[in-house]
Every structure is written in C-alpha cells, then in structure tokens.
Design a protein around this ligand. Structure first.
Ligand code: PXP
Length: 396
C-alpha cells in the first residue's frame, strides 16, 4: 500500500475517514509522478508534534506539519533511494483544527493542504530556502488543492425551495388555495434557482395536478422528490423533471426521516437510477453524511447526492452540532472527490443555514419548511430574499 496511515488522536473517528485520506494521498502521489513510492502519514496531537519539533528542529513549540524525508528528498535524488519510500509526514490535528477555524476553512480542506505541504517537502520543495522557492511551492500547493477539489463553480450555492407545505395548508381544507404553483412562481421571482416538490405515494400534500402544472410553468428547475416505487417512477418518466431526488418514504412519518439506505438496497435503487438516466433525468439520492452510502450512490450512477442535514439542525448542543457539521463537510468533500455533485437539505432555517452555505462543496440547498413558515408572516418574496441574503453572506 503506498500510504501507511497511523492515527493517535481520540476524536479522530468523528473527524476523518481513513479510506478517504489514504485514497486522496495516493492520488497526490500519482499526480506528483511518484505513485510507486510509499509515504507514512501520522496524525497526532500538539504534544507529539512539539516533542518532534524540539528533538529534530530545536524548536520548542507545536506546529501544523513536519516532514522527514527518507533520503535527501530532492526530486532528482529519488532514483538513488535504496527503497521506494519517500519518508514521513506528521500532522497535528489539534493545530489543523485551530487553523481551520482561523482561516475559515473546513477541517478537511485544511487537512488536505497540510498533507500537500508535507508531501512537497518530502519531494524536495522548500518554501524557506528562498523567495523564489516559496513561490514555486505555493503554486504547486494551489495546483494540487485544485486537483483534489472539484468544487461547484458558482460563488454561492443555489437555493431550491420546497413548496410542499403550501399544499399542506390547502389540503387541510381540501380547497384550491393556497396554490403551490403560485408559490413557486413567487419564489422564482424572488430569486430561487429551483423548485422542489415531493409527490408522496399517499398524496398528502402535493397532487399530480400541481406537478404537471409546475412542469409547464416554472422557469428555473424542477426537482421531483420521490420514493423508488413503481407508480411514481412511471409518473416521473412521463413528467421529465429537471432532476429527481430519491428519498425513503414511509406512510406514518411526518416528514422524510433519515437518508436512504443505498448500501442495503443497491440493486433496487440502482435500477431506478438506470431508468431515470436512460430517460436523461439526472438523479440525486438523499443520504446521511456517511461515506459508505456516498460510495454506494457513486457506484450505482447517481449524479448528485443530497446530504441529510437533519441531525446537524436538530443537534442539542454546540459540540454535537459541530461534530455533525464536520461530518457533513467531510462527506461533501468525499462525494466531490469521487465525482458526485452535492446538494444539502432538511431542517435548514434562518439560524443554521450559513455554515452549510459556506461549504464550497455544496451545489444547492433544498429548503422548505422554514421559508414557507416565515412567508406566513412576511410574504414569500421577503422570506426568500432573506434566505438568499444569508446564503450570499455566508461565503468565505
Ligand atoms: N430535502 C429533502 C430530501 C426533503 O425530504 C425535505 C423535506 O421535504 C427537504 C429537503 C426540505 O426540508 P425542510 O422542509 O425541513 O426545509
């Protein structure tokens, strides 16, 4: 194995994914033309790195990353190394965490940068040698970061608005108002980039008529949320929405609870994805921020995943929320890395959306309940504009 990863950090399991780290470090070795060499990557704490810094560099302080080349390290000398080993990279996760906050970066982004920095040192680059060397190394770092991150190209995530709850109010009386089709038009006028509706098997809110009219009237993009059941699949194939989002659906639930378990239903969901793709309908799969689910979604040909933000939104403490946030950030990075595009949603509101919107890996936010609830008091136009303002201001 080209990457020998060791970790000595208690909170590591909630911060990092071994498979992802080994995968991306391996990709970096390939990109740098040293795929046949091995590298040791050790993730520890401040105390550990401080002791190494003191012993080997006579500096009695913690630092973010240290590199220990096996040979001289210079590119030209690699060929003369007796074994195909580049050396060791040691990273302090304590410092990486602090720096991610200080530089307003996701933890994963910071970690990627530190690995790249350490690897370039092993390859003989040295920013401390001269101003010219510093520039060369910085340019390489940017190149390699861009290679790892195929982020969205728009400056802010799109806002897609779910208008199901307008239909919920209508269905409470079984009349013709308020009309979700009118709501969708007003959302678009206020700046929404897409409209989402969930056509449930029990038709508790959105009706077939709504979706058919929306298909004819909306000017942005129609995202049809649906369970993978035969009747709805046929409906979707006839409708030709701009995309579908596959969600788990239980009759007794109030709203979608939890992401779809793609791992255990790979065959069934894979068949649905295939049907949609053969009709040129891109598929998103609503999943928890879980690496196994992400890889399974990638394996069966999804174009997007939508990361379930419910646990982040419902977290009972700041620590729990921060942990959920890091999971979402890492999941979105990983999905991007394997070529999936990433949406996010569920439970997002005017208080908790900004950090999710700030993630450069997220293409689109899908928000319903909070915007429709605010619209009851402020009108839809203002409710949409206020959310757009939060998303716009959330950028790094
Ligand atoms: N994304 C998915 C897959 C959903 O099922 C829902 C709820 O319908 C949402 C996003 C929007 O969630 P909320 O209404 O909590 O904003």
């Amino acid at each position: 194995m080209p990457v020998d990863l060791s970790i000595n950090y208690p909170a590591a399991s909630s911060l990092i994914n071994r498979r992802q780290l080994i995968g991306l470090t391996g990709e970096l070795l390939k990109k740098c033309g040293v795929a046949e060499y091995t590298v040791s990557l050790h993730l520890g704490n401040d105390e550990e790195i401080r002791s190494l810094n003191r012993t080997y560099r006579q500096k009695d302080s913690a630092t973010n990353v240290l590199s220990f080349p096996f040979g001289e390290g210079a590119d030209s000398s690699l060929a003369s190394l007796p074994v195909k080993e580049l050396g060791d990279i040691v990273i302090s996760l304590d410092t990486a965490r602090r720096e991610s906050v200080e530089y307003c970066q996701t933890f994963q982004h910071r970690l990627n940068w530190l690995i790249i920095h350490g690897l370039l040192h092993l390859l003989g680059y040295d920013h401390e040698r001269s101003r010219k060397d510093e520039k060369i190394m910085q340019a390489m770092e940017l190149d390699l970061l861009a290679f790892l991150q195929t982020y969205r190209r728009t400056p802010m995530p799109h806002l897609a608005i779910n208008v199901d709850h307008v239909a919920t109010i209508r269905q409470a009386r079984g009349t013709i108002e308020p009309d979700p089709v009118t709501a969708a038009a007003l959302c678009e006028l206020a700046g929404a980039s897409g409209i989402v509706v969930h056509l449930r098997e029990d038709r508790r809110h959105i009706q077939d008529r709504d979706v058919l009219l929306l298909r004819q009237t909306i000017k942005t993009r129609l995202n049809l949320e649906m369970g993978a059941n035969r009747e709805i699949i046929q409906f979707a194939l006839g409708l030709q929405p701009d995309m579908v989002t596959l969600v788990p659906e239980k009759r007794e639930e109030l709203t979608t609870e939890g992401g779809l378990d793609v791992v255990s239903q790979k065959k069934k969901i894979g068949q649905t994805v295939k049907k949609m793709r053969s009709a040129n309908i891109p598929v998103s799969i609503f999943i928890d921020p879980d690496f196994e689910q992400i890889h399974a979604a990638g394996d069966i040909g999804a174009t997007f995943i939508e990361i379930h933000t419910g646990k982040y939104c419902d977290a009972a403490s700041d620590t729990a929320r921060d942990q959920e946030y890091q999971l979402i950030a890492a999941a979105a990075e990983e999905a991007n890395r394997i070529g999936l595009r990433v949406n996010a949603g569920h439970g997002l509101n005017y208080q908790n959306t900004a950090p999710i919107a700030a993630l450069p890996t997220i293409d689109e936010l899908s928000i319903g309940h909070a915007i429709i609830s605010r619209a009851v008091f402020t009108g839809i136009d203002q409710a949409v504009r206020e959310m757009l303002e939060i998303i716009r201001n959330a950028q790094f």
